[in-house]
Write a protein that binds this ligand. Structure first.
Ligand code: FAD
Length: 287
């Protein structure tokens, strides 16, 4: 079974344990931009994109005024916040964030690279890197804490695969073929650059408690990094239900995740209210 699944059938009535409490040996480091660049240029750049739509001024004039402080940072943030909340997403495609991601499993990277729009990836090659000392692997907490016999079997399987990989290399099999024995647990490194719109979209999906634990942890780290350079921009990285105001995940119809009410309940409340309005004011409905 793959790590993520569209299966909307609830399999658990509790939120998976917050992976943030575990040291998984993975890292996400924001390598570009730093705080100064974000404050001095990114926020003015986004402001310029937003303001251009409603101004007679040329965009370069707006940018200059924003950078030199004639338009205060508070005023800039206020407009940007309103525009983002209204869903005018092209305004935040002008700025990008680059992360060095290390020690994540191939299970995670397979999910990550499914994102296609506004994001670029470069990943460590299993063809050109030959793992002389064996590749390192990820041990999920549920297996670490499982029946010791099962954990032992898991470790034996994974180590066995890596030993076979080394034997194949020694026998002259090229790395590009020997790697076929690698398990999904094999760790990998990537560089990921995403524009802010893509990053908010990806965070919306991957910070959701329905997302797989490892990728959720990655996006918690990513959010932490963006917060460190800009609490304002970082605040937009949230589970998708936060800006939506409701949860649209079929597997959360029982509302075991309490962040926002499920959409079914919101629509039922709406229908109920609309029904009461109609009976209080007959003849105002559609004919
Ligand atoms: C909880 C969870 C479970 C999942 N389970 C599965 C699974 O079982 N099997 C599986 O294969 N995948 C699964 N996925 C992956 C999922 O289907 C998406 O491929 C992945 O999340 C990328 O999302 P996206 O397409 O919105 O993102 P992006 O590729 O980043 O696209 C961003 C947005 O651009 C627009 N867009 C992009 N491409 C197009 C296009 N070609 N046409 C029109 N609009 C476009 C869409 O609005 C899209 O939301 C799962 C994801 C999650 C979060």
């Amino acid at each position: 079974m793959t790590a993520e699944t569209h299966d909307p059938t609830p399999t658990s009535s509790s939120i998976p344990r917050n992976p943030g409490r575990l040291d998984l040996g993975m890292r996400a480091t924001l390598v570009f931009p730093n705080r100064e660049i974000v404050e001095r240029y990114y926020v003015p750049l986004i402001y310029t994109a937003c303001r251009t739509c409603y101004s007679e001024l040329a965009p370069d004039d707006i940018f200059e005024r924003a950078v030199d402080g004639r338009i205060t940072p508070e005023k800039q943030r206020e407009l940007i916040g309103r525009v983002i909340e209204s869903g005018h997403g092209s305004t935040i495609e002008h700025v990008v964030f680059t992360f060095a991601i290390t020690g994540v499993s191939r299970t995670l990277s397979h999910q990550l690279v499914r994102h296609r729009v506004g994001v670029a990836f470069d990943q460590q090659s299993q063809r050109y890197v030959s793992y002389k000392k064996g590749a390192s692997t990820m041990l999920p907490a549920t297996i670490a804490e499982a029946d010791p016999q099962l954990r032992h079997q898991y470790e034996e399987q994974v180590e066995g695969a890596l030993e076979l990989y080394s034997e194949l290399l020694e026998a002259g099999v090229p790395g590009e073929d020997a790697r076929f024995v690698f398990p999904n647990a094999t760790r990998t490194n990537l560089v990921m650059t995403a524009n802010l719109r893509a990053l908010i979209h990806m965070s919306g999906l991957r910070l959701c408690t329905m997302a797989q634990w490892e990728i959720r942890r990655l996006f918690q780290l990513i959010r932490h990094e963006v917060f460190a350079v800009s609490p304002f921009l970082g605040s937009f990285l949230a589970p998708k239900c936060v800006p939506l105001g409701y949860c649209d995940e079929a597997a959360n119809r029982d509302e075991h995740c309490p962040i926002r009410p499920h959409k079914d309940r919101v629509l039922a409340a709406w229908a109920d209210r609309a029904g009461r309005t109609r009976s209080d004011h007959p003849g105002t409905g559609e004919t």
